[in-house]
Structures are given as structure tokens and as C-alpha cells.
Design a protein around this ligand. Structure first.
Ligand SMILES: [Zn+2]
Length: 109
């Protein structure tokens, strides 16, 4: 009976599309304390979560939403690293997965 609230506590929200999911589903961007440097995946500090897909990354970048959520300047390298990840992921998996992702994006639009 106490299971539901516990699960909800472990959910993270994508800063672009507001989708809720477990933290393993998202990229984590961290404003490291106390240096305030923004980096990916590791570190203690203020965190933002983003779906690993092109539409959410684009949205986070275009409105500089990531910077607003983190209250820090996000260096272009951070965005570049995420785009690289997306490309590597796309090449590593089959074309089928790519096509399905495109369908998801067009449905959202
Ligand atoms: Zn998202």
C-alpha cells in the first residue's frame, strides 16, 4: 500500500517535455557544487533531466531551458556532447529504432 508514493519519489521529469520516468531513462546534467560548472552524468549538485532524444534536446537548447533550470551558464560543449551521444546511439542501433523514434516525434507534433 505504501508502494505508490515510494515509486513517485524516484521519478524524474524531463525539463523539455515534462515526461516523468525513472532516472535511468534520462540524461542527467549537473551543476556541480561548489564550482557551478555544468557537466554530464556525474557530480553532486543541482540536476536537470532530459529525455535522450532529438526533440527534447532541441527544445532544451533553443530556449536555453537547461540553463534556466540549472541557474547556470551551459557551455556549448555540453550540448555538443549530448548531440554526439545521440548520433552514436543512432548509429549503434538498427535503422528500425531510428524510424520508430521519428514516428514518435511526428506524433508529438
Ligand atoms: Zn523529454
Amino acid at each position: 500500500m505504501t508502494q505508490a508514493p515510494h515509486v513517485a519519489e524516484n521519478l524524474r521529469i524531463c525539463l523539455a517535455c515534462r515526461r516523468k520516468s525513472g532516472r535511468d531513462e534520462f540524461w542527467r546534467v549537473v551543476r556541480v557544487w561548489p564550482s557551478h560548472e555544468v557537466q554530464l552524468d556525474q557530480g553532486m549538485g543541482r540536476s536537470a533531466y532530459l529525455c535522450p532524444n532529438a526533440s527534447c534536446l532541441k527544445q532544451a537548447q533553443r530556449k536555453d531551458r537547461l540553463a534556466k533550470v540549472l541557474k547556470a551558464r551551459v557551455p556549448p560543449e555540453v550540448y555538443a556532447a549530448l548531440w554526439t551521444r545521440l548520433q552514436v546511439k543512432g548509429q549503434g542501433t538498427s535503422a528500425q529504432v531510428d524510424r520508430r523514434r521519428t514516428d514518435e516525434i511526428s506524433t508529438n507534433l
